[in-house]
Design a protein around this ligand. Structure first.
Ligand code: ADP
Length: 803
């Protein structure tokens, strides 16, 4: 059946309005999810065979059919009379369309309400007898009814508006309906009510009552709709907020990019993250690093603060928190290594091997802080290097000379501009392992002042009892130093801060004799310099005589530094000659040495003074080893004052006073007049005033000098003295005998007066020192004077101004 256009339909409906002659029996069509109201025009899809047959029957006649709603939506079989409401709507089928799936689409129009009176079963579908329910028309539209109608219209418009379902001029359609019943039906048919609710409206015959009920449903619906609308708008707000955030974030990214805050930064942050992971820090450090990284990520990359954080992070990630080398604890190999690098030094090598053995048996052993003490150039540094090589550890060396600030050891707090960790951590970062052999040079030259005491910070770093939690001010977190093997070096031990001195084991390295120097030069220094300068033994040889001459006339030292330097100088000169084309074996002898090294610098006898009144020869133990030291005294008219000059330390000044008191107390036995000193000032001077001198061992020298001045008897210049003096004239023992003896030999002195109690030390001296030097031991000053003071007064040699 072809579909008619809208105009045809409307004219058809208008026709029906007039007067309809309804048949007595009507086919029944049970509808499921809708309640059809009179005047309602709607398409129905008919699928159940029982319904299709009913439709066919209706269409075959005049198209009338009774539509009744099922009480339950889903019935398994065809509905029984009990399953259906009894009031329905008589409708007319305007059009039908058979669909390809067998269903029928029927356009129907409701005509009038009707009540089923009787079911007449006819074969496969129901026919019913029904009764049309007539509605009383409302003749008088009173104010309350009008108000009700307006309210219904208003509510309907609002709902439609809220639901945004219809377009077009809804309000004019609603306005055009004047009958309350029709208005109620129109609204009811369009409201999406529950089936029961719709049915109850249909069954309500009184139009005003129906309108009231509709109004109630409408207000409820309105509430629901506005609630729904609100929920929807909330959802919309939520969505738009997310969109807004996204948009803002994009903008921030764009701004950051403009500011240079771009991908580079996130790349940097990720790089730090991997570095932090790789560094395998302890948890405390890891936490600190992550905290700082977070701060960095929030900062502008060019800000001053972020560069401070970056430096800090670099330090954190580059410190060897868990990097260590594997120890080689093979004693035999270690011994070979030590012997290969150093001649002699048996005691020291044994001590080091003992250390390694303990480490082998008990890897957890804390060990001791070793301190190598001795003059420059005796092999302290190279021993440290040899130890590190023997143990397979890395070697790092820093100098502490002149440090007065605690921050040098422990770092500055980060609040300081340009703050850095202290030297200990700097050293560890440099060698990149946490168990190196760490040499701290010149421990005897650190001092303390208002900036704090570096030695106490140093103690924290070195002391095996507490250094597993060394805290550096810059890092502000602890670092475990317990695996580090610390070795300190010092020239003299007197000035090492006592707190440190108590905790370390001092290993003394003394100066070398000429013979030892010769051997070391031949075996180690010359071969090393030859290879370092690109030469071979076939191009250079240095004769024994030349070597001795270098030692005696070109150097004047306890160690080997200058000797090595002079050898290097020769090698350099020869390297140049070879580079310039000369090809031969260069032989260095005593006679041609000056061509390479220039004129000699020292003469064994050069520094020696003549025997004079008031001039005494002493021996001192200084930072550079043993040295000959001269004491002068002079008597000038005055009031008996004592003048001491020559940069003497407190202890040395005291021993000068003791010497004076001894002299004054023994005038008679010394053969000096009683009132001799009454109108005289005594001036004691120790030349080479720029070098600070200290210690008590020059006591007898000063006394001898003064007594010589007072008696006018000169002193033997070839005899050097050393010893502390008491007020009673006793001579007390001194330290550093070997250094002093070596110093005397270097200055060409062969007789030394020593305190009686030092006699035992002679046994420990190298054989050739014992052979070359005559040691005379004395118990008291008288004995010393009897040896050193010449018998005859010698007026011409007198340097003093006594009257
Ligand atoms: P220090 O640190 O005590 O001032 P160094 O370790 O710098 O002395 O030594 C100076 C030079 O002398 C180095 O080249 C070192 O190898 C060498 N040297 C010192 N003592 C010996 C020794 N016993 N055997 C071989 N070479 C030595």
């Amino acid at each position: 059946m072809a579909e008619a256009d809208n105009d045809d339909l409307i004219s058809l409906l208008e026709e029906e309005e007039k007067d309809i002659d309804l048949p007595n029996l009507l086919p029944l069509l049970a509808v499921r999810d809708v309640v059809v109201f009179p005047d309602m025009l709607l398409p129905l899809f008919v699928g159940r065979s029982i319904s299709i047959r009913a439709v066919d029957e209706a269409v075959a006649k005049d198209g009338f059919i009774l539509l009744v709603t099922q009480k339950k939506q889903h019935l398994k079989e065809g509905p029984q009379p009990d399953d259906l409401y009894t009031i329905g709507t008589i409708a007319r089928i305007l059009r039908i369309l058979k669909l390809p799936d067998g269903r029928i689409k029927a356009l129907i129009q409701g005509i009038a309400k009707a009540k089923i009176i009787k079911y007449v079963r006819k074969r496969s579908f129901y026919r019913v007898k029904s009764e049309v329910i007539f509605e009383k028309p409302v003749k008088n539209i009173t104010i309350p009814i009008e108000a009700l109608m307006r309210s219904v219209r208003k509510h309907s418009e609002k709902i439609i508006e809220l639901k945004d379902e219809f377009s077009g001029d809804i309000s004019s359609i609603l306005e055009s309906i004047e009958s309350p019943g029709k208005l109620a039906d129109l609204v009811a048919s369009n409201l999406k009510l529950k089936i029961e609710e719709s049915q109850s409206l249909l069954e309500l015959v009184d139009p005003v009552k129906r309108l009231k009920k509709i109004n109630k449903f409408l207000s409820r619906e309105l509430e629901l709709s506005s609630m729904q609308a609100k929920i929807q708008s909330d959802v919309r707000v939520e969505i738009s907020k997310n969109q807004r955030d996204y948009f803002l974030r994009e903008q921030v990214r764009a701004i950051n990019k403009e500011l240079g805050d771009s991908d580079d930064k996130s790349k940097e942050i990720t790089e730090y993250k991997t570095k932090i992971k790789k560094a395998k820090m302890p948890s405390e450090a890891g936490k600190a690093a992550k905290k700082e990284l977070k701060r960095l990520s929030l900062m502008h990359p060019d800000s001053a603060e972020s560069s401070v954080i970056r430096t800090y992070l670099d330090w954190l990630v580059e410190l060897p928190w868990s990097k260590s080398t594997k120890d080689n604890l093979d004693i035999k190999k270690a011994k070979e290594e030590l012997n290969a690098a150093h001649h002699g030094l048996k005691k020291i090598k044994n001590r080091i091997l003992e250390n390694i053995s303990v480490k082998k048996l008990n890897p957890q052993s804390k060990g001791q802080i070793l301190c190598f003490a001795g003059p420059p150039g005796v092999g302290k540094t190279s021993l440290g290097q040899a130890i590190s090589k023997a143990m397979g550890r890395k070697f790092i060396r820093i100098s502490l000379g002149g440090i007065r600030d605690e921050a040098e050891i422990r770092g500055h707090r980060r609040t300081y501009i340009g703050a850095l960790p202290g030297r200990i951590l700097q050293g560890l970062k440099q060698c990149n392992t946490n168990n190196p052999v760490f040499m701290l040079d010149e421990i005897d030259k650190i001092g303390a002042d208002f900036r704090g005491d570096p030695s106490s910070a140093l103690l924290e770093a070195l002391d095996p009892e507490q250094n597993s939690e060394f805290s550096d001010h810059y890092l502000n977190i602890t670092f475990d130093l317990s695996k580090v093997m610390f070795i300190l070096t010092a020239n003299i031990t007197d000035t090492i801060p006592s707190a440190l001195f108590d905790r370390m084991e001092v290993i003394n390295l003394t100066g070398y004799t000429e013979e030892e120097k010769q051997i070391i030069a031949e075996k180690f220094l010359i071969p090393r310099q030859i290879t370092e300068n690109g030469l071979t033994p076939k191009t250079l040889s240095i004769s024994n005589g030349a070597l001795l001459k270098i030692i005696q006339e070109y150097t004047m030292e306890a160690g080997l530094r200058n000797l090595e330097r002079e050898i290097k100088k020769i090698c350099r000169k020869i390297a140049r000659k070879i580079a310039e084309g000369e090809k031969k074996l260069f032989q260095i002898t005593q006679n041609n040495l000056h061509q390479y090294l220039g004129l000699h610098k020292y003469y064994p006898e050069m520094d020696k003074e003549e025997s004079q009144v008031g001039l005494a020869t002493g021996l001192a133990w200084t930072q550079v080893g043993g040295e000959v030291l001269y004491v002068e005294s002079s008597l000038i008219s005055g009031k008996g004052d004592l003048i001491i000059t020559g940069q003497l330390g407190d202890v040395m000044q005291e021993s000068a006073r003791a010497a004076v008191s001894y002299t004054k107390a023994n005038l008679q036995s010394l053969d000096i007049e009683k009132d001799f000193f009454e109108n005289l000032d005594i001036h004691i001077h120790v030349p080479a005033g720029a070098i600070p001198k200290d210690g008590p061992s020059a006591g007898i020298v000063m006394a001898a000098s003064l007594i010589s001045s007072a008696t006018g008897k000169p002193l033997n210049k070839d005899i050097a003295m050393t010893g502390e003096i008491t007020l009673r004239g006793r001579v007390l023992p001194i330290g550093g005998l070997k250094e002093k003896a070596l110093g005397a030999l270097r200055a060409g002195i062969n007789t030394i007066i020593i305190p009686e109690k030092n006699k035992k030390d002679i046994a420990e001296l190298p054989a050739n020192v014992k052979r070359k030097i005559k040691f005379i031991s004395v118990k008291n000053m008288d004995e010393a004077l009897s040896i050193v003071l010449e018998k005859e007064k010698n007026e011409t040699k007198k340097t003093s101004n006594n009257k």
